[in-house]
Ligand binder design. Structure first.
Ligand code: C2O
Ligand code: CU
Length: 544
């Protein structure tokens, strides 16, 4: 195992997109930010200096960080923010992860521009469970606002409405040919005829799951969230914010043509409520003479509200069992939690809010809209400081939503503002069933758990039926994921065993829901053995 050191300078830089220039927060002036490389088993030590004007924290999305939540990053959950002019050192070890993950800011709306990929190669001396590709390409999907993103968040907070939709989607920071002033920058992927490439894809978009497809070519999924999958070949894919996917692409089409890779949003909302534009990159064969074809072929993508297509792809993913990669699905559980996933509305004095029907939007888990405490939960827990959080996050919804009922309890529309966490004994096996409610809006919520991945064992449309639905679970080869979408108008069941002592955030990875309360925290208690206990904090945690 090797240790590598990196220095991240968080600072402002000017970027020009969509015919306009703006200053924005970056790491080392790069957008997307620098890629981190490691082999499984390595340790990275990343020193972060905040030279920007705003607070920041960084999160290593999908890295377990055994016993070390101190380096996990979500503000007011595991640390206080790194203030302008100060610094913090993160220690990130890769014990179980292999494939592609990513890092991003976990503070207000800053992750829109502060993010990058993490590539974790197999342990030294081992190899991929598929033939070695001829090349590898990182593809980071993102979202671009012409406005300053902290102003976008500020407006949403003032008006109580959702943040305004983005002005463009991006591939490796570039909107692509279909947007104004964007053609010269379009990302080009050069391929040699007959060769196979590994595409490492990250959805770093703030608010949208994306359908992605490449004209004329098939994509074969071989890994997701740094865990290998059985090969799954498809002509389109769905990737939620937070998810990462590794694909094989074989360059087996006519080298005379240019091919667009295109991505656009999955949404169930009215078209004026989300970004309906399409981002593109170009797949170009190396033997191609540009004079032969100047108009790349566009792929056909599922319609924006095609939830069937979304579920069809998402629920075809299966874990690959291999010697380096055993499947350990918990066959039983100690506790089942049913968690409603809702968007809520609060009444406002007339004329003061711009949410639906003049309301203020919030969102919740089991009717609790999570409020950030004034000191971080990890510090309060570790030092035994009272008053920062409550430990009564319920394991059942207080008001149950019934999709087929005619009358919905009005109480469901409101949520309680609180900081409720849930304590888990070390080694507890938990089944979480996320129940969509589709009260204010019907959406696909990508739920993300820090500190451990979970197996996605079941899903369905409508209401979860506690007697019948578990009979249909996949306990043989379900995918091991850190982020997974609760289907629109449906439910999702996942299982994990709490073997990682610490304080771990659970939230929707749509940023508008993360910041409006669709969150809670698991505190996993220490085990008995010394190797099952939380590590002590590093010397200089930032103060609140
Ligand atoms: Cu990718 Cu809590 O986040
Ligand atoms: Cu959500």
């Amino acid at each position: 195992c090797d240790t590598y050191h990196h220095v991240f300078y968080v600072k402002e830089a000017s970027y020009t997109r969509l015919c306009g220039t703006k200053k924005m927060m970056t790491v080392n002036g790069q957008f997307p930010g620098p890629t981190l490389y490691a082999n499984r088993g390595d340790e990275l030590v990343i020193t972060v200096f905040n030279y920007a004007q705003e607070n920041v924290t960084l999160h290593w999305h999908g890295v377990r960080l055994p016993r070390n939540p101190w380096s996990d990053g979500p503000e007011y959950v595991t640390q206080c923010p790194i203030q302008p002019g100060s610094s913090f050192i993160y220690t990130v070890t890769f014990t179980d992860e292999e494939g592609t993950l990513w890092w991003h800011a976990h503070s207000d709306y800053s992750r829109a521009t502060v993010h990058g990929a993490i590539v974790i190669y197999p342990r030294r001396g081992t190899s991929y469970p598929f033939p070695k590709p001829s090349g590898e390409v990182i593809l980071i999907l993102g979202e671009w606002w012409k406005r300053d993103v902290s102003a976008v968040l500020e407006t949403a907070r003032e008006t109580g409405a959702d943040p305004t939709p983005s002005d463009a989607f991006t591939i490796n920071g570039q909107p692509g040919d279909l947007y104004p002033c964007s053609k010269p920058g379009t990302f080009r992927m050069l391929v040699e005829p007959g060769k196979t490439y590994l595409l490492r894809m990250v959805n770093a978009a703030m608010e949208d799951a994306l359908f992605v497809s490449i004209a004329g070519h098939l994509l074969t999924l071989v890994g997701s969230d740094a865990s290998y999958t059985k090969p799954l070949t498809s002509d389109y894919i769905l990737i939620s914010p937070g998810e990462t996917m590794d694909f094989l692409l074989t360059a087996n089409q006519s080298p005379r043509n240019l091919y667009y890779m295109a991505a656009r949003a999955l949404s169930y909302e009215p078209v004026n409520n989300f970004d309906t534009t399409t981002t593109t990159a170009i797949v170009q064969y190396k033997s191609q003479y540009t004079s032969w074809s100047t108009n790349p072929l566009l792929p056909s993508l599922p319609f924006y509200n095609d939830t069937e297509a979304a579920s069809k792809f998402a629920f075809s993913i299966r874990s690959l069992a291999s010697t380096n990669w055993p499947i350990n699905v918990p066959k039983r559980f100690d506790q089942r939690m049913v968690i409603t996933v809702s968007v809520n509305e609060f009444e406002c004095p007339p004329g003061s809010c711009q949410g639906p029907n003049g309301t203020r939007l919030a969102s919740s888990l089991n009717n609790m809209s999570f409020v950030n405490p004034s000191i971080d939960i990890l510090e309060a827990y570790y030092k035994g400081i009272n008053g920062a959080f409550d430990t009564n996050f319920p394991s059942r919804p207080l008001y149950y939503f019934n999709f087929t009922a005619e009358y919905q309890p009005f109480a469901l529309l409101k949520s309680r503002l609180a900081t409720e966490v849930r304590i888990l004994e070390y080694g507890t096996t938990v089944e979480m069933v996320f129940q969509g409610t589709s009260l204010v809006t019907a959406e696909n919520h990508p739920m993300h758990l820090h500190g451990q991945s979970f197996y996605v064992v079941g899903w369905g449309f409508g209401n979860f039926n506690e007697e019948k639905d578990p009979l249909g679970y996949n306990l043989e080869d379900p995918p091991l994921k850190n982020t997974f979408g609760v289907p629109t108008n449906g439910w999702l069941a996942v299982r994990f065993t709490a073997y990682n002592p610490g304080v771990w955030f659970l939230h929707c990875h749509l940023e508008r829901h993360l910041i409006s309360g669709m969150d809670t925290v698991f505190i996993v208690k220490n085990g008995v053995d010394p190797g099952e206990k939380l590590l002590p904090p590093p010397p200089h945690m930032p103060p609140c």
